[in-house]
Write a protein of this length. Structure first.
Length: 317
């Protein structure tokens, strides 16, 4: 079934019709159409160029290599690029290119990673706003995309917090994980931060897409975008300090180990020194006497215990 929708006077009157009928529906000035293209074919490209009259440069951007989030203005339409995101041990993004005309919203996805059904459910949950036409449809898309970015940022933040707790474990080994999270964070910031400019440009008075009824909802999406941007900024500082914290903890742990090794070495040196002294082939106090053996043995235990107590009180053992 084709992913298409037809609204008239704010009411959903048809859906799932062939994409080839879009141009016919747009002849009605009261009609608003949405259709989705996933990995578009040559015939889909012809529809965009010939039937809808979309600009060749915009079509080239939609079909070419990955674009950064942006909003371009053409004489007959707007072209927008946004990225949905999800986090599962790494950030994965899906580019969504959007053509916006006075009566049509066209979404072009590079693959099926972005679930378009969530977007349709979002539209169905607010039918009262459908009278705003294309502005209503575009708001649902942007709101859903920003929500995916915020959800990914929250999961990444939780993963960073878990990694911070691992630093204080006996064998942390967080270096490689921190590098992967830093790479994911850079990728998330690359698609989330420009959304502030996209929303700001879209809400400008020069564009008639956002009417007074939809303006508060667009402001809400912009607030979510700003919150996501702030969250990514704070995570960047956390990831930057994560490796430094691990090095500091490892340094403290190494100092503690060195103190213990030094303490035990000092204790072991006592019997070594005493037995070495009494092992000389020269007469000494207690030479060839039983009391000499017991004196040296008691000296070993007494001095070793004394050193052990001293190091224990200084928290070296």
């Amino acid at each position: 079934m084709s992913r298409t929708r037809l609204y008239r006077n704010g009411e959903l009157v048809d859906h799932g019709f062939p994409v080839t009928e879009v141009a016919r529906h747009l002849q009605d000035p009261t009609a608003v159409v949405w259709f989705d293209l996933c990995s578009p074919s040559e015939s889909d490209i012809g529809l965009l160029r010939d039937e809808l009259g979309l600009h060749e440069l915009a079509i080239e951007d939609a079909l070419g290599e990955r674009q950064r989030p942006k909003l371009d203005r053409y004489p007959t339409h707007l072209f927008m690029t946004v990225h949905a995101a999800e986090y599962d041990h790494e950030i994965r993004t899906t580019e969504i290119d959007v053509f916006v005309t006075g009566q049509a919203l066209v979404t072009v996805r590079e693959n099926e990673s972005y679930d378009i059904k969530n977007l349709q459910r979002r539209w169905d949950s607010a039918p009262d706003l459908a009278t705003s036409g294309v502005g209503f449809l575009l708001h649902g898309l942007l709101d859903d995309v920003v929500d995916t970015q915020y959800a990914a940022a929250q999961k990444l933040d939780e993963a960073i917090e878990d990694l911070e707790d691992q630093i204080y474990q006996e064998k942390p080994h967080v270096g490689h994980k921190a590098i992967k999270m830093r790479r994911s964070l850079v990728q998330l910031r690359r698609v989330a931060l420009p959304m502030r400019e996209v929303l700001g440009s879209l809400m400008h008075k020069d564009h008639s897409i956002v009417d007074d009824a939809m303006m508060p909802y667009y402001l809400d999406v912009k607030d979510h975008t700003l919150f996501t941007a702030e969250l990514t900024e704070s995570m960047r500082e956390l990831v930057t300090n994560l490796r430094e914290a691990e090095v500091a903890v490892q340094g403290n742990r190494l100092n503690s180990i060195m103190k213990k090794v030094t303490s035990w070495a000092a204790i072991i040196a006592v019997p070594t020194a005493i037995s070495g002294y009494y092992g000389m082939n020269v007469p000494y106090p207690g030479f060839e006497q039983k009391w000499g053996f017991w004196v040296s043995t008691l000296g070993i235990f007494a001095l070793s215990y004394l050193l052990y107590v001293m190091f224990k009180r200084r928290d070296w053992l």
